[in-house]
Ligand binder design. Sequence first.
Ligand SMILES: [Fe+2]
Ligand SMILES: [Fe+2]
Length: 222
Amino acid sequence: MNIMHNAVQELAVNIPGATDLFNNYHIDFTAQQPLLLKDTEISGEITLFNLVEKLDSLLHEHAMSRHNQWQAVSKKELISHILENYHAKHRVQLSDAIRLSQKIANAHASHPDFPHELESHLAQMQFELEEHMMKEELILFPMLEKGMFPLGPISVMESEHIDHAKALELLRTITNEFSPPKDACNSWITLYKDLLELYFDLKDHIHLENEILFQAEDQPAR
Ligand SMILES: [Fe+2]
Ligand SMILES: [Fe+2]
């Protein structure tokens, strides 16, 4: 589930505990008109990042059915879900983010909160993620689809996932937890929302691979 692109009304219904969270932070989930979380006005008590993080952890607490859902499908089906919903999406997310960060650099490089390391960090993430996804697409996934379970390539991918998680944490630091300055332009605000989405998407992607796809079919999940 992509939390940011869901309406608060839907999140309230689908995530146990979400209504308490919304009440605590004065987020109105009862309005007639669907309101996407990414477009919701968040008060100063909590940042959008913290709110999504709290919703994400509630979702994971209650994710047994989702976990089981993916355990019940074939590796082939899970791989096509991953390719379509994560690999293809990350490629667009990173190239869009790099384009937008260049645009912001052109206009706001002298702003005191301008994140000077952002563009090079995104380019590095794009390079590393592309290399990793290519290895999965060309080598590992076809083997898994044939019923093979190659421990060497799997452990290489798992260790690269640790590097991706570190890159995400650095992204979170560079962007001040995806919080643009108060006087940020629309492009800056959009970029940070997009990066927040990438942060949670890539975490989900890694979780799905480590916990389900890279588990031998006759073994319980680690
Ligand atoms: Fe992947
Ligand atoms: Fe991966």
